[in-house]
Design a protein. Structure first.
Length: 446
């Protein structure tokens, strides 16, 4: 196996059904679509949906076929109706869905969460290349690039230019071909989550991503009116697709107005069950909590060491419930315990109720030593002369203030249009504006 594992209790099998978590209770087979077994064209009907106070109710009829070109193969057609909110997610929340459908686009196409079911034999010229189920798509791709020996050595198993893939076609991130990314203001609605809450495109305002999304991928903020679906302008909780994990939804908020990482993990029966060592885009190892879609701002879903073997630091260093739950007491093998009353983490013997404890004075913090800066190439250094990834990230193109970019195992000074894959495009910078490059319509551009 290409990935090393640290099994904590019982590792989630890669054959987990796509609706294994809460499941989908509101899907019903239908014969009301045009008859087809493979997708010839998109068919959907949203006329029975009603929007009120920031949430949809009713049913959507769809054949689940994408409404755009650029597909890899021909997807299967399947006529269904989906009820919103789905009965399994119509409550206080939050709810956690491991794999499979988390909603439908406004064209009636499946939207999945970040997690994949896994890939087998994904290397082009070498045997192997196994990506276990329960990883997000980008982490799976980065790991296979490392294992197979380069992006050109990975079989085409990932997302197309619109953000989707597979015979049962579905998206794992930005619904890239369904709306205009350059339009002014807030992005339009692109889908509906199973809890009935709308999902919007990337932007909170013109060329501006939201900065306060919670663990589920939503926030409270203004949304524009949309007469097509009866949406009135106002301030409501809503979701956004994102360029950062969880890309679509990490969980369902339900009736909640903000979902923390702690709340997300506590809604899941899979977080903290099994771990796997994976690789990031720079080839560095880190530990991944298998089938757990609750991520922090750095895209991490656990706090173990890179090889998933070393325990985290002592209980008292952890400041959130989620981190505390994964820690171990320093002088024993017992788990740390979160004290709700004091809002602190400790070993079990210090968690017993104490009679009105006096506040413990905090030690005077010691000055934090300044980190040793990485060696920076001289301003006149040419990106193409740099042979190490770390040095490349710190270098600047000699004729501009644009950072050098590590691409395909080499350092270069390139504008957006020279990048040919979604992954490399995301790491590039527009030379004219200094803003991130954007992948759209199967091309990289400013």
């Amino acid at each position: 196996m290409a990935f090393s594992r640290k099994v904590v209790a019982a590792l989630i099998a890669s054959s987990v059904a796509s609706s294994q978590a809460q499941g989908i209770a509101g899907e019903e087979a239908s014969d009301a679509c045009p008859q087809m077994t493979t997708c010839e064209y998109n068919f959907h009907d949203t006329s029975s949906l009603t929007w009120a106070e920031g949430r949809f109710s009713g049913k959507m009829l769809t054949n689940l076929c994408p409404a755009h070109d650029g597909l890899r193969g021909t997807p299967n057609a399947d006529c269904i109706t989906q009820t919103f909110p789905d009965p399994n997610y119509d409550g206080a929340g939050p709810y956690h869905q491991v794999r499979g459908r988390i909603g439908l686009t406004m064209n009636g196409v499946n939207i999945y969460g970040p997690l994949e079911a896994g890939f087998e034999d994904s290397c082009v010229s070498t045997p192997g290349g196994h990506c276990v189920g329960g990883l997000d798509v980008v982490t799976c791709e980065n790991s296979l690039i490392h294992i197979c020996g380069g992006a050109d050595q990975v079989a085409a198993a990932f997302l197309d230019s619109c953000g989707g893939h597979a015979r049962t076609y579905h998206y794992h991130g930005d619904i890239a071909c369904d709306y205009d990314h350059n339009a002014a203001g807030h992005s339009p609605i692109v889908g509906i989550a199973l809890d009935g809450i709308p999902i919007y495109g990337l932007n909170e305002d013109t060329d501006t991503y939201p900065s306060d999304l919670d663990a589920c991928g939503g926030h409270i903020g203004p949304v524009p009116a949309d007469d097509r679906y009866g949406i009135q302008a106002g301030t409501y909780y809503h979701y956004h697709v994102s360029m950062k994990l969880p890309y679509t939804l990490g969980c369902f908020a339900g009736q909640q107005q903000h979902v923390s990482i702690d709340d997300c993990k506590e809604s899941s029966r899979y977080c903290g069950v099994g771990y796997v060592t994976v690789f990031d885009e720079f080839g560095d190892e880190f530990c991944y909590d298998d089938d757990c879609s609750c991520y922090d701002a750095d895209g991490r879903n656990n706090y173990l060491s890179a090889d998933c073997s070393a325990p985290p630091p002592d209980c008292t260093t952890f400041m959130t419930r989620a981190m505390c739950r994964e820690a171990t007491c320093a002088d024993s093998d017992t788990s740390c315990v979160w004290n709700r009353d004091s809002g602190s983490c400790g070993c079990g013997d210090v968690q017993a109720p104490q009679p009105t404890p006096r506040p413990t004075p905090q030690p005077t913090p010691q000055p934090t030593p300044r980190p040793t800066p990485r060696p920076t190439p001289p301003p006149s250094a040419n990106c193409y002369d740099i042979t190490e990834r770390a040095a490349c990230r710190d270098a600047t193109c000699p004729d501009s203030d644009i950072s050098c970019t590590w691409k395909d195992g080499a350092c270069s000074c390139s504008d957006c249009t020279s990048f040919t894959t979604r992954r490399t495009c995301r790491s590039a910078t527009c030379p004219e504006t200094g803003s991130k490059c954007v992948w759209r319509n199967r091309a990289c551009s400013c």
